[in-house]
Design a protein around this ligand. Structure first.
Ligand SMILES: *[C@@H]1O[C@H](CO)[C@@H](O)[C@H](O)[C@H]1NC(C)=O
Ligand SMILES: *[C@@H]1O[C@H](CO)[C@@H](O)[C@H](O)[C@H]1NC(C)=O
Ligand SMILES: *[C@@H]1O[C@H](CO)[C@@H](O)[C@H](O)[C@H]1NC(C)=O
Ligand SMILES: *[C@@H]1O[C@H](CO)[C@@H](O)[C@H](O)[C@H]1NC(C)=O
Ligand SMILES: *[C@@H]1O[C@H](CO)[C@@H](O)[C@H](O)[C@H]1NC(C)=O
Ligand SMILES: *[C@@H]1O[C@H](CO)[C@@H](O)[C@H](O)[C@H]1NC(C)=O
Length: 684
């Protein structure tokens, strides 16, 4: 069965290939090495020809933008070549600009963004007879704002009563919310906590309603605590806290109650503890099992997955090695043999053409996409956020669950707008990665819109979006001010502070472990990710990490990328061998993983923020780049990261090993905090 599924995915990709009429590229199978720079020398020689004839062109192509309501923004449209081009902006195809939007020297300017400014705009460059146009989307979004509870609100209840804690937020797109208790989020994994739809909803004491309200039934003294409501969407995050004060029967609020509330805080056993214990128990169980397996002499890498899958794959790869050589005579392969297409599964054209019909089911009509918001541009085209109706998708896939209500899910849309072979190959490589590697901490490929150009890759997205933005939102005003003063305002633009609850120590380590598990799974399938960074990870409102690939090389994250030899690379996240030799491997992913964990602990700081790109590059070349371990990081984790940053790739640990070590670190943190709690209790 597994084999069939695998083959079907492969054939699907073949169909893609056949449809687009492009040859596929092969990579060395081993640890998925590739040499990007060599590829790019070819690319630049192609480019030179274009520059020589001075053709009118956009440089760079303008990109879409998301503007906050009432904010101002600019979209540049720069042209090169031609004789004396004039550049002008229009609404839609050729309509005059709306009031409040102006165009000057090719720059579209919005002074005070309003909802009605959202829409498609066209930049038109005219040079004599010649005209070129480029379309972008402008989206005006409204950052979430919590209306209820108001900051610092108190709620007084008497023992035995029901407490209703509303969490109401406004924003566009509509935000989703979660409750935390004393900074640990509430979820149905915890004892006594349940959601409205659950079968046990009537008996749960803590009930999370779909409208965002938290209901606490039969309140008792230990329930008194600080409860926080966080609202998040693609447009941002907001958080307010409410203090629940519990009174004994007949007691008069509020003055006399403070003592009771204070005591209650100490007595209370963190509900979240139960969840952590559960997660840990699972991790420990898995680890034990793996260790046992290892003792039985099985292969290291087997541990992250079901053994059968692996065996099947090895068989496949053998076949492909034999198969691949025939196709390597293809036109492109002179220089792209080593371009990192470790997705060897696309090898057998004969195999796929037989089965091509089976892969239709990944195709999704783009009419199912709604509420598109442009995030920026990635390696091969625009990146959008949209909603997709999963009920319709399931119907398409014949997985009709009888639902008729639309189930809207956020989806990341990566458009393939370039025709460059290198970009096409990268598009396929990512399709492949997300279709083949299934893991709860990796986003899923939901489908492909390929009925027309541009093709869209649809990746699962989370309600709260980018991990990086979330991390920045957890900074307190003091922490944010300290960062800005340390590295300078030009490197760290002041961010709105403390819009989300800070992550507890266990939770930070847990995010690291989730990322390690995701990366280990990629490595197992012989995929390299090549852009592991907080900006490419997502977080859910339940604080689960998912590895994704927005890679907004142009747009809001562009300062995290650097153009070297005609290639845009995440310079500050890469080890020297990747920067200097274009050598990407699982071991360069290990290095990038460590940088991402560093980001989690520094609350989204830019690596080497004080240095400009050229200084970073100089230090990479001279091997003098030194990472510092944040104070908040457990010592063992710091040591682990240092090993991941080893100059020699072979000195860096395997992801499986990293995951195991993180499990132990997590265990230590949790047992420490548990013993702390029991100590508190005995003192009482
Ligand atoms: C935007 O400005 C309008 C009027 O100036 C104001 O009523 C509204 O509250 C503002 N909205 C936000 C989100 O700041
Ligand atoms: C437009 O460009 C011209 C020449 O480059 C410059 O003199 C003028 O100030 C610019 N206008 C604006 C509004 O930036
Ligand atoms: C509901 O409660 C019963 C008994 O308390 C328990 O056995 C069952 O697992 C619960 N179901 C869910 C979905 O939590
Ligand atoms: C949400 O639903 C609960 C129960 O139906 C209700 O008590 C509460 O007031 C609702 N909250 C809001 C904000 O409407
Ligand atoms: C409320 O909780 C108390 C213990 O805190 C328990 O004795 C009582 O039976 C509960 N009442 C209801 C109606 O569940
Ligand atoms: C809430 O968190 C603080 C700091 O982490 C801790 O000192 C306190 O004991 C916690 N209270 C409860 C009720 O868990």
């Amino acid at each position: 069965m597994k084999c069939c599924k695998m083959c079907s995915k492969r054939s699907f990709l073949l169909v893609m290939l056949l449809l687009s009429g492009f040859e596929h590229i092969f990579g060395s199978e081993d640890v998925a090495h590739h040499s990007a720079h060599r590829v790019h020398y070819h690319k630049s020689s192609r480019r030179h020809r274009a520059i020589a004839d001075g053709e009118l062109r956009f440089e760079p192509e303008p990109y879409s933008k998301k503007l906050k309501l009432n904010s101002s923004g600019k979209i540049h449209c720069k042209v090169a070549g031609g004789v004396a081009p004039t550049v002008q902006w229009f609404l839609n195809e050729a309509d005059p600009l709306p009031e409040g939007v102006s165009s000057s020297n090719g720059t579209l300017m919005v002074a005070d963004a309003e909802r009605r400014h959202s829409g498609q705009y066209t930049c038109k460059a005219v040079d004599g007879e010649k005209t070129i146009t480029s379309k972008i989307n402008l989206d005006v979004v409204v950052t979430p704002r919590i209306l209820e509870p108001v900051a610092g609100q108190q709620l007084h209840v008497t023992v035995g009563q029901t407490a209703v804690l509303n969490c109401v937020a406004s924003g566009d797109p509509p935000p989703t919310t979660h409750w935390d208790r004393n900074l640990t989020i509430l979820g149905k994994q915890q004892e006594g906590v349940d959601t409205e739809d659950s079968v046990n909803a009537t008996s749960a004491r803590f009930l999370l309603m779909n409208n965002g309200t938290l209901i606490i039934r039969n309140v008792s003294a230990p329930d008194a605590d600080q409860y926080g409501c966080t609202a998040g969407s693609a447009a941002g995050l907001d958080r307010n806290e409410l203090q629940l004060i519990v009174h004994q029967e007949g007691e008069l609020p509020p003055q006399e109650s403070s003592g009771v509330a204070g005591k209650a805080v100490v007595v209370s056993i963190s509900v979240a503890g139960a969840y952590m214990v559960l997660v840990l128990a699972l991790m420990v169980y898995c680890r034990r099992r793996r260790l046992r397996r290892r003792q039985r002499g099985e292969k290291m890498e087997l541990e992250m997955t079901e053994g059968r899958e692996k065996l099947v794959e090895e068989g496949e790869e053998e076949k492909q090695k034999a198969n691949g050589s025939a196709i390597q005579n293809g036109r492109l392969l002179g220089h792209e043999k080593d371009s990192g297409a470790d997705n060897s599964e696309v090898s057998g054209i004969s195999r796929a053409s037989k089965k091509s019909g089976q892969y239709e089911h990944l195709s999704i009509p783009r009419t199912l996409l709604t509420e598109q918001i442009t995030m920026g541009r990635g390696e091969f085209g625009e990146v959008l956020l949209a909603k997709i109706d999963m009920t319709q998708v399931n119907k398409l896939r014949n997985k009709d669950d009888g639902e008729t209500e639309p189930k809207l899910r956020p989806v990341l849309v990566k458009a393939l707008t370039t025709k460059d072979e290198i970009h096409l190959a990268e598009f396929r490589r990512q399709l492949d990665l997300f279709s083949r590697v299934r893991h709860e901490n990796i986003v899923r490929l939901l489908g492909l819109c390929n009925e027309a150009d541009p093709h869209y890759m649809l990746l699962e997205h989370t309600d709260w979006g980018e991990l990086k933005k979330f991390l920045i939102a957890t900074r307190s005003p003091e922490e944010n001010a300290e960062y800005v003063s340390r590295v300078g305002a030009e490197h760290a633009p002041p961010a709105p502070a403390r819009r989300a609850a800070p992550l507890a120590p266990q939770h930070r380590a847990l995010l690291g472990a989730q990322l390690a598990a995701a990366a280990a799974k990629c490595a197992l399938h012989r995929f390299t990710h090549r852009d592991i960074a907080a900006r490419n990870c997502l977080i859910t409102s339940k604080l689960q990490l998912k590895l994704s690939y927005p890679a907004l090389t142009r747009g809001p994250d562009s300062h995290e990328y650097y153009k070297l030899h005609e290639q845009v690379i995440p310079l500050r996240w890469l080890p020297a061998e990747a920067v200097l030799e274009g050598d990407y491997s699982t071991k360069s992913d290990v290095y990038m993983f460590a940088v991402t964990v560093w980001e989690i602990y520094t609350k989204g700081e830019l690596p080497f923020a004080k240095l400009n790109d050229n200084s970073v590059l100089e230090r990479v070349k001279s091997g003098s780049l030194e990472w510092t371990i944040p104070d908040s990081m457990p010592e063992a984790l710091g040591e682990l990261l240092k090993r991941c940053w080893s100059k020699s790739p072979s000195d860096r640990p395997q992801f499986t090993e990293i995951y195991d070590e993180l499990t132990v670190i997590l265990q230590d943190i949790t047992s420490e905090s548990t013993s702390q709690k029991s100590q508190d209790k005995t003192e009482e």
